[in-house]
Ligand binder design. Structure first.
Ligand code: URA
Length: 240
């Protein structure tokens, strides 16, 4: 059966599907010895030989790996970092596969980050049409009043586009009003979205941690540690 080249690369754990498209466009992928840069290209995994940077790809060898990491502050989620800062992939060195973060968390955000070599799942989970709830615990400057909370819930304009309705609930208040802790649930994944939304209601984020993606919870996983997902958790993600 024929498959699209970028899907084939993603399934083989070379990169996420979107990243694979970039690799193809950059001329790093060959099919039967010829560079292919066109995106619609389909291949037959049984007949065609595909190489990435001239290394043969073999999907039969690829075992899917799904990991949950408790990302500490001070790590980047990109694999290659221009400023030499530590990367989350360094924290999962014990995993015997090339795995990639599913989406991203800011350098200064901690918490639940999924990593996998299942490019198909990454593609699904990061696609805007899949509204997976992401739950954050945020420490905010000051204490938003009811008006500010309502504004947040209805959606605020960031980078010229209004955010979808979101949830916010204050779970702890400083007695002198200097800060509060809030549980925030959003289902979009725009760049620095929670931080920008909190800025928009004039209660900027002091600390931010992701504690859940859909039903998957960080639980008591220690900072900087990872665990493999259970079969049940993987099934759940694939069904989303
Ligand atoms: N929203 C943010 O502002 N930062 C993150 O890392 C995740 C969501």
């Amino acid at each position: 059966m024929e498959v699209r080249l970028q899907k084939y690369l993603a399934d083989a754990g070379v990169a996420s599907r979107r990243k694979a498209e970039e690799l193809i466009a950059q001329g790093k992928v060959k099919v039967n010895g010829e560079v292919v840069t066109e995106m619609g290209c389909k291949i037959d995994p049984k007949k065609d030989e595909v190489t990435y940077l001239d290394k043969k790809i073999d999907t039969k060898e690829t075992k899917m790996v799904y990991v949950m990491l408790n990302k500490p502050v001070g790590y980047v989620t990109t694999a290659k970092e221009q400023f030499g800062r530590p990367a989350v992939v360094d924290l999962v060195k014990g995993v015997n596969a090339r795995i990639f973060p599913v989406g991203r968390l800011d350098y200064d955000t901690s918490g639940l980050l999924l990593l996998t070599n299942d490019g198909d799942l990454t593609y699904k989970l990061t696609h805007p049409k899949h509204d997976v709830d992401k739950t954050y615990i945020a420490k905010l400057h000051g204490i938003p009043d009811e008006g500010a909370l309502q504004k947040f819930r209805r959606g605020v304009t960031i980078d010229g586009v209004k955010t979808k309705p979101a949830k916010i609930q204050i779970i702890e208040k400083d007695k002198d009003g200097r800060y509060c802790v809030a549980e925030i649930i959003i289902h979009e994944g725009r760049n620095r979205q929670v931080r920008k939304m909190c800025e928009a209601i004039k209660h900027p984020v002091m600390q931010l941690q992701r504690v859940a993606t859909g039903d998957l919870k960080l639980g008591d996983l220690a900072k900087g540690k990872y665990r493999h997902l259970t079969e049940k958790e993987v099934k759940y993600l694939k069904k989303l």
